[in-house]
Structure formats: C-alpha cells, structure tokens
Design a protein around this ligand. Structure first.
Ligand code: NDP
Length: 328
C-alpha cells in the first residue's frame, strides 16, 4: 500500500529538497495508531521543517506537519477504534516524528485527542496548532484575571493572532490588534478587533520602563522589542501571555513593570500540554470560537503548495490559517 506525502530529503552536501512523493506504508513506524489524515496546516515551525530544519528535524527523509486531523484506521490502543475522529498537535510530531503532510500518519495514542462535538476535521485544522495555542493563551489570561481595558494581540494577522482576536472578542473583550500590514485592517475588524495598532507604534525600543497603563491583558506572538514595550504599558496586575518570537527571541526589557506594576509574564507552551488540558482547550475552542470567523481565516492549500507556503510563513507573509487538504 502506498500513500502521498510531502517528503523532505537531504543530499550528500547537506542540502534539503521537499517534494510530493508516493511512499510505502512500510516506511511508517511500527505499532501505535494509524490515522488516515484529512487535513493539516502551516505553522511557523513547519516553515522551518520544510526547509533546512533549523535544528528541529531529527532524521531525513522527513515528513513535516506539526498538526493533523483525520480518522483512525487501525489502533493498538483500546482508547481509539477505527472510524474515530482525532486531532493531534505537539509532542514534536512533524519535527522528531513524521507528521501531518501525508495521507497517513502513525502516532502514539497518548498524543491524540478525540475531536470534540461541534468541530469537524477541517475546522479542527483551521484552528490547528496556532489556534490551540491561542486558546491556551486566553485560558492562561483568564486564570490570572483579565483587567478592565482593551486586550492587546500582537502579530494579529498571523495564525495565533487571528484566532486569539476572534476568541477574545467572542468572549466580550475589546481587542486592539497590532499588525505590520495595514491592508489586513478589514480582515482584523471582521474578526472583531475594535482598534488597529500599527506595528511601528510599538517598534521603538524601551526608553521609559513604564508608560501609561493601557492594556488589560495581552496575547503576544511577536516577542522581542515589541514585548518589552508592551510590558511597560500593561495595567496594574495585568498579564501578558507570551506565545511566540516572530519578531525576535531577545527581550530588551527591565524588571520595573514586574516590580512596580505587578505585571505577569505567562509563557505558553503548546507542545507538551497534558491530555486533560488539551481536551479542555479543544472543548473551549468548540464552544467559544465562532465558526463564521474561523471560516474567514481559512486559506485552502494542497501538499504541492507547501514548499512555497513554508517560505511565506517564515517571512511573516501568511494571513490567518492555511488549511492543507492532503487528499486534494
Ligand atoms: P504567523 O507567521 O502566522 O504569524 C506571526 C505574525 O507575527 C505575522 O503574521 C506578523 O503579523 C507578525 N510578525 C512577523 N514578523 C514580525 C516582525 N519581525 N516584527 C513584528 N511582527 C512580526 O505565525 P503563527 O501565528 O503561527 O505563530 C506566531 C509565533 O508563535 C511564532 O513565533 C511561532 O513559532 C509561535 N508559536 C508558539 C507556540 C507555542 O507553543 N508557544 C505554538 C504556535 C506558534 P502582522 O502581519 O499582523 O504584523
């Protein structure tokens, strides 16, 4: 039996090349649960793994795709039966293990989550790793208390930012969306953002460690100088859920916002979340994320589109969520 996959191979000079190939099922690892994949998505890490790997890929040839949704075909674990609909994010799938850019994946039962009522496999992947992470970020802000005032979402036109904007506005929060792409304003307002903040407004490095208190909470997908600046604008006791580093891994900040304003910096990791949290987050997604807004974020794609899309996401040029139909 063969199936279609985006295979990344490395030549003797260490150069990688990604292309769609028909490969044998015997190449899949033994044991575990075989999933007939229906959809996957394009995340920042996928961009890295489609290319030279950026230190994430353990072995070549490699099938990237850090998330997937599909139907169980065979299972060595009594929790899953053929026909069950499942979703998978994290656990280094698509990095250390073959991932979702294929019509079949074989994974450990522990990594799967049963699809909650209200989400089909396409909607689950429109959410994907980015949206799952956005939900974890919102839950972390809620746990620490969202203060009065707008919630700031950075990298708003990207995957995490789009879903965070839609969830927060659906929950009744006023959202200010930071974007470096003015042309996405209508899109972001359609997701519910009531205020658009130009990236340049927050791009200057910190001159004063504390500025006027503006934000009641923040989901930050950008990191770097922008995060440092945002910390000094948080309301007393408010929290920033730090998700990503699209704008840099450094943090040129001072401790003053933590000491004098009791600001909380909450790190969000979607990769190693325990099963119960995963189930809770997916159920919250099914109940709190309006499907019409999710639909507005989707850009459809096929396996053949992935090499180009991988390059685009690394340049910050992808809007919303790319949903890859692996059978198209
Ligand atoms: P996207 O590329 O879809 O979105 C990132 C957005 O950040 C871009 O759309 C752009 O938004 C903005 N951006 C890009 N480059 C810069 C820059 N140099 N300066 C300021 N803003 C910039 O990625 P995702 O939303 O999927 O992921 C966002 C980040 O979160 C990534 O770093 C990713 O690795 C990380 N991540 C972390 C997870 C975790 O578990 N912690 C899980 C998933 C993702 P705009 O055009 O609106 O300005």
């Amino acid at each position: 039996m063969t199936f279609k996959a985006l295979l990344v191979e490395k030549d003797e000079e260490g150069k990688t090349r990604a292309g769609v190939q028909e490969i044998g099922e015997d190449l899949l690892p033994e044991g575990g649960v075989t999933v007939a994949v229906e959809y996957s998505t394009v995340n920042y890490k996928d961009g890295l793994c489609i290319g030279p790997g950026g230190g994430l890929v353990r072995n070549y040839p490699h099938v990237p795709g850090i998330d997937l949704a599909g139907t169980v075909e065979t299972s060595d674990d009594e929790r899953y039966r053929p026909g069950d609909k499942v979703v998978l994010t994290g656990w280094r799938v698509g990095e250390a293990h073959w991932g979702g850019y294929a019509q079949k994946a074989r994974v450990r039962a522990d990594w799967l989550v049963p699809l909650p009522d209200g989400l089909d496999t396409r909607a689950a992947m429109a959410v994907g790793t980015a949206g799952f992470t956005a939900m974890l970020a919102v839950m972390a802000l809620e746990d620490h208390g969202i203060k009065d005032g707008p919630v700031l979402v950075t990298g708003a036109a990207g995957g995490v930012g789009s879903v965070a904007t839609a969830i927060l506005t659906a929950l009744g929060h006023e959202v200010a969306a930071v974007t470096g792409r003015p042309e996405t304003e209508d899109y972001l307002r359609g997701l519910g953002a009531s205020r658009i903040v130009a990236r340049e407004e927050l791009a200057e490095t910190v001159k004063r460690p504390l500025e006027a208190e503006i934000w009641g909470g923040s989901v930050d997908a950008v990191g770097g100088a922008m995060l440092a600046r945002v910390l000094g604008q948080m309301k007393y006791g408010a929290s920033v859920a730090a998700v990503g580093l699209a704008g840099g891994a450094g943090l040129p900040a001072t401790v003053i916002p933590f000491l004098l304003r009791g600001v909380n910096l909450l790190g969000i990791d979607s990769v190693m979340q325990p099963f119960d949290n995963r189930v809770r987050a997916w159920q919250r997604i099914a109940s709190d994320l309006p499907m019409d807004k999710l639909e507005a974020m989707i850009r459809p794609a096929t396996l053949a589109d992935l090499p180009g899309l991988g390059r685009d996401i690394l340049k910050g040029q992808v809007q919303g969520r790319v949903v890859v139909d692996v059978n198209a």
